[in-house]
Design a protein around this ligand. Structure first.
Ligand SMILES: [Zn+2]
Length: 442
C-alpha cells in the first residue's frame, strides 16, 4: 500500500471526546447513528481495533499529539510543530480546557507548533466551568464522607431528588450551554480555513459527546436535566433504566456530532478544500455505562478503566489513496502522528514513539494511567495494578469479549507471555527516551 500523498494535501484531525468505538454503525453498533463517519470509513481506511493509550483526556491527548506514552511530562515536538517546520499553516479549535492545563508540568505545552490554538472559551466560560468542577468535587466528597446506606444519606438524597425534579433548570450541570457545540466549533474552524492559501493542518476537537449528555434540541428537556443532574451528583442512585436512558442521550449526541462532521465537509467543499484534504477521525477515549462494577464515565482514579468501552476508540482515515480498506490489527493512538508524517511525506522524527498505522508490524497497545498499566493485543488484555498485584487482570478477548472473567491467575502461560511482550515494548520506548535525552516518568 502506497501511503505518501502524490500532491500536498491538507490534513484535518477530528477528535470526538468520549466517543467509544462500539457505538459506530460501521463497527457493528445496531443503531444507525453515524452515517457520515460510516461513509468516510467505507470510502477510506477503517481501523477496527484502535486503542487509546490512556483512559482520560489529560493523559490521552498529549500522548497522541506528541506520539509518546503517557504521562507526557516533557517532549521535543508535537505533530503540529513538525508540520509547521515543513510549510503547513497550523490551527487547533479545541474547547476542552484540560488540554492546556494537563500533566505537562514544565517546558512546552501541547499548543507548541500551532499558529492558532483556540479553546473557544471566554474568561466567563472558564470561570463557570471551574464552578462546575468545584461542585462536582464537593458532591464527590459528600458522597465519600457519608455512608450511602445510612439514614442521613438517604434523607438528604430523597430531598435532593425531589429538588432536581422540581427545579431541574436551576440544579442541572451547565457545561453543554458553556462549551461551544460542534456546529459552532465548525464555524470558527471554517473561518480560519477560508483565510488559508497554502496547505494546512487543522485539529478540531468536539465536546458534545462528553457528559452531561445533552443533545441539542432534545424534546424531553425536563427528564434530560433530571437524568444528567442525577448522573453528576448521585450516580450510584441511578437505576438500570435511567442508565439506559442516559446511553440513549449519549447516542443522540453522537448522532448530532456526526451531523456536524457532515456540516464541516459541506463547508470545506464550498471552499474547495475537501477533496484536497486527508481527514482523520478518532477519540481520546470512550465512556462506560456500568458494564463493569457499575462504573460510569471515564477517568476513575481508583478503578481500572481499561475495559474496551473506555479504551477502544474509532479511527478512520479518509482521503488516502486506498478506499474501502478495513484494518483489524491492534493499533494505538500514538501511531497517529507518525502516520500524518508519512502522509505528508515528512520524515518521522526520532522523538516520536509510534510508527505508521500502515506499517506491517503487529504489536499490542500500551495503556497507562496513574494507578494501572495495561497491554492490549487482539486476543488478550493484561491490566497491572501498580500498587496491588493481587488485583491484576487478564482477559481472553476471543472467548470473553465483554471482559467478564479475570483469568490472570488461571492462565499463567498467557499471563507470562503478555507480561514479557509488554516489557519488551516498554523497553523499546525507554531506549527512545535515552536516544532523545529527555526525562519522562516512563
Ligand atoms: Zn476526554
Amino acid at each position: 500500500m502506497k501511503n505518501k500523498l502524490t500532491e500536498d494535501k491538507n490534513i484535518i484531525l477530528i477528535t470526538v471526546d468520549c466517543l467509544r468505538a462500539d457505538h459506530l454503525h460501521c463497527i457493528g453498533y445496531p443503531k444507525n447513528i453515524s452515517p457520515t463517519m460510516d461513509s468516510l470509513a467505507k470510502n477510506g481506511v477503517l481501523f477496527t481495533n484502535a486503542i487509546a493509550n490512556a483512559p482520560y483526556t489529560p493523559y490521552s491527548i498529549p500522548s497522541f499529539i506528541t506520539s509518546r506514552v503517557p504521562p507526557v511530562e516533557r517532549f521535543k515536538e508535537t505533530i503540529s510543530s513538525i508540520l509547521k517546520q515543513n510549510g503547513y499553516a497550523t490551527a487547533a479549535f479545541n474547547p476542552n480546557p484540560i488540554v492546556l492545563t494537563s500533566t505537562i508540568t514544565s517546558g512546552d505545552r501541547i499548543n507548541k507548533g500551532f499558529d492558532t490554538f483556540d479553546l473557544l472559551l471566554s474568561s466567563k466560560n472558564k470561570y463557570d466551568l471551574t464552578i462546575g468542577v468545584i461542585r462536582q468535587w464537593g458532591m464527590k466528597y459528600f458522597r465519600r464522607k457519608l455512608n450511602e446506606n445510612g439514614l442521613f444519606y438517604k434523607i438528604i438524597y430523597s430531598i435532593y431528588d425531589k429538588a432536581i425534579k422540581k427545579f431541574p433548570v436551576f440544579l442541572c450541570p451547565k457545561e453543554h450551554l458553556i462549551v461551544p457545540s460542534a456546529m459552532e466549533v465548525n464555524n470558527y474552524a471554517i473561518d480560519w480555513v477560508a483565510k488559508q492559501n497554502g496547505k494546512f493542518f487543522l485539529w478540531i476537537h468536539y465536546m458534545d459527546v462528553h457528559e452531561p449528555y445533552a443533545p441539542p434540541g432534545y424534546e424531553n428537556q425536563k427528564e434530560m436535566m433530571y437524568l444528567i443532574t442525577k448522573y453528576r451528583d448521585f450516580p450510584n442512585a441511578l437505576t438500570k433504566l435511567e442508565i439506559q436512558k442516559l446511553m440513549n442521550l449519549y447516542d443522540l449526541t453522537i448522532e448530532y456530532t456526526d451531523r456536524a462532521i457532515n456540516d464541516l465537509i459541506e463547508k470545506l467543499e464550498k471552499l474547495n478544500q475537501f477533496h484536497n484534504s486527508v481527514i482523520i477521525i478518532s477519540a481520546d477515549h470512550g465512556d462506560a455505562f456500568g458494564e463493569h462494577d457499575n462504573i460510569l464515565g471515564h477517568g476513575g482514579k481508583f478503578k481500572a478503566q481499561f475495559y474496551d468501552e473506555v479504551i477502544h476508540v474509532p479511527l478512520i482515515i479518509y482521503g488516502h489513496k486506498e478506499k474501502g480498506i478495513i484494518v483489524d490489527k491492534v493499533v494505538q493512538l500514538l501511531d497517529i502522528a507518525p502516520t500524518i508524517c508519512e502522509l505528508a511525506n515528512v520524515p518521522i522524527p526520532v522523538c516520536f514513539f509510534g510508527e505508521s498505522l500502515f506499517s506491517k508490524s503487529e504489536k499490542g497497545a500500551i495503556i497507562n494511567s496513574r494507578s494501572y498499566i495495561g497491554y492490549r493485543t487482539k486476543e488478550c488484555k493484561l491490566i497491572i495494578n501498580k500498587s496491588n498485584s493481587k488485583r491484576n487482570e487478564l482477559y481472553d478477548l476471543i472467548n470473553d469479549p465483554r471482559e467478564r472473567r479475570n483469568i490472570y491467575n488461571k492462565n499463567k502461560e498467557v499471563t507470562k507471555k503478555l507480561e514479557l511482550e509488554m516489557t519488551s515494548v516498554l523497553k523499546k520506548y525507554k531506549r527512545k527516551k535515552e536516544l532523545i535525552g529527555i526525562e519522562t516518568q516512563f
